[in-house]
Design a binder for this molecule. Structure first.
Ligand code: CAA
Ligand code: FAD
Length: 385
């Protein structure tokens, strides 16, 4: 059952966080969005600002330097950042919902004490699962880890790694023995200066300020105490964290849709043709109304999944639904927003077209839309067969 009662009931803490994020996004990020997109580079002041504003340790406990807030708070931050810039949003999202969460959930006390304070204050994190030959089929990864005394030695490469150009901390999934299938996958934590090489930075259609790189590991030596969780249980860590992370991407896509809507709709009431504001023609007004419904439905699915997670209820199916649907809505609404603003929407000056370019990634990363449908289909089949 959906948790309808709590969807709109933000706590004082969540409300306060939302206001902080809105102010930071409008004051610090908004003036830099276009420049960062055109330069395909995150401004260091924005990254620093995310740390200074407390947005890089949202769920990390206060004694480890974080804010100690709920998962829903992280979702609120990701949504608000995406209204202004989906690139900054995904930087914050991966760092919080994938990297910090793996440590909080599976790290030893020593690993938490060593890494979580740094991740909340200075060091950006990356989550390294995908490889050139294993994307959707993530558990077919080939990066190899071999034990050598009190170290593990990693060889292989990772592809499409968000944040990796600027990151210092890397969660790496590698297999200790390919003959074990996915039961050989193990999660390691590594630092940049252990020898992680950036082989290529991608040039992308959207979220261009967010870095996406191929990484090479050439006899990368990782101390044995840097294994996270049990050897051979890395696959479970990866997918359990992705189940949560997918709600983060839903929030990013939701914020994106709302951001495009916020930019284009006021314009339709300012711009007149045939003696009346273009937004008041029924052909326009009904499209705008439909988009408002689409955004609201994505919001309900996203916050329902987030609340279920916070309440300790099963949320895998709900997360897949939220990510799938918010990605559809983001692409549809941002595309319409360009049309509502006419020629002006097609130029780079307004930033509306950027939302549309940025929206395409929602259907690809953290499990493509087909992977979400497959996940949902398995639940339906289980329930009805
Ligand atoms: N939740 C929990 N466990 C799951 C699960 C889920 N959603 N899906 C599969 N599993 C478990 C199964 O229970 C099984 O474990 P046990 O043997 O212990 O029971 C194991 O995983 C293997 O199950 P399958 O044989 O069904 O799995 P598969 O090999 O066919 O595919 C998958 C599994 C790789 C997880 C695939 O379903 C998937 O999700 N692919 C997408 C990969 C992905 O999301 N990558 C994201 C990379 S990070 C990223 O993208 C970040 C970013 O951009 C910002
Ligand atoms: P493929 O798996 O080759 O899929 C190609 C097509 O086939 C898709 O349409 C897919 O839906 C379809 N398909 C595949 N299998 C099935 C199936 N069983 N049933 C139906 N259709 C299927 N990965 C990380 O580990 N960390 C990151 O930080 C990260 N960030 C990323 C950032 C960006 C910008 C991008 C583009 C990717 C990122 N990824 C990251 C990788 C991302 O998770 C993968 O791209 C994604 O999982 C899809 O894998 P693929 O690109 O290999 O596509």
């Amino acid at each position: 059952q959906p948790l309808l009662r709590s969807l709109d009931a933000y706590t004082d803490e969540e409300q306060m966080l939302r206001e902080t994020v809105v102010k930071f996004a409008e004051d610090v990020i908004a003036p830099k969005v276009r420049e960062m997109d055109e330069n395909e580079m995150m401004d260091p002041a924005v990254i620093q600002g995310l740390f200074d504003t407390g947005l890089m340790g949202i769920e990390t406990s206060e004694d480890l330097g974080g804010a100690g807030f709920s998962f829903t708070s992280a979702i609120i931050a990701i949504e608000e950042l995406a209204k202004i810039d989906p690139s900054v949003s995904v930087m914050c999202d991966v760092h919080n919902t994938l990297v910090n969460t793996v440590l909080r959930k599976y790290g030893t006390q020593a690993q938490k004490e060593k890494y979580l304070p740094k991740l909340a204050s200075t060091d950006l994190g990356s989550f390294c699962l995908s490889e050139p030959a294993s994307g959707s089929d993530a558990f077919a990864l080939q990066t190899r880890a071999k034990k050598d005394g009190n170290h593990w030695v990693l060889n292989g490469s990772k592809m499409w790694i968000t944040n990796s150009y600027e990151a210092n901390v890397f969660l790496i999934f590698a297999t200790i023995d390919p003959s074990l299938g996915y039961k050989g996958i193990t999660c390691f934590i590594a630092e940049k200066d252990m020898g992680i090489q950036i082989a290529k930075k991608e040039q992308k259609l959207g979220i261009r300020a967010s870095s996406t790189c191929t990484l090479n590991f050439d006899d990368l030596k990782i101390p044995e105490e840097n294994v996270i969780g049990e050897v051979g249980k890395g696959y479970k860590i990866a997918i359990e964290i992705l189940n949560e992370g997918r709600i983060g991407i839903a929030a990013q896509m939701l914020g994106l849709a709302q951001g495009a809507f916020n930019k284009a709709v006021p314009y339709t009431y300012q711009r007149s043709q045939f003696g009346q504001p273009v937004g008041t023609f029924q052909g326009m007004a009904f499209q705008i109304a439909q988009a408002a419904i689409d955004i609201e439905s994505a919001r309900l699915l996203t916050y329902n999944a987030a609340r279920r997670k916070d309440e300790g209820l099963e949320f895998t199916k709900e997360a897949a639904m939220a990510k799938y649907w918010a990605s559809v809505v983001a692409q549809k609404v941002s595309g319409q927003a360009i049309e509502w603003a006419g020629g002006v929407g097609f130029t780079r000056e307004t930033g509306i077209e950027k939302f549309w370019r940025d929206s395409k990634i929602g259907a690809i990363y953290e499990g493509t839309s087909n992977i979400q449908l497959q996940t949902i289909a398995k639940f339906v089949q289980k329930q009805y067969s």
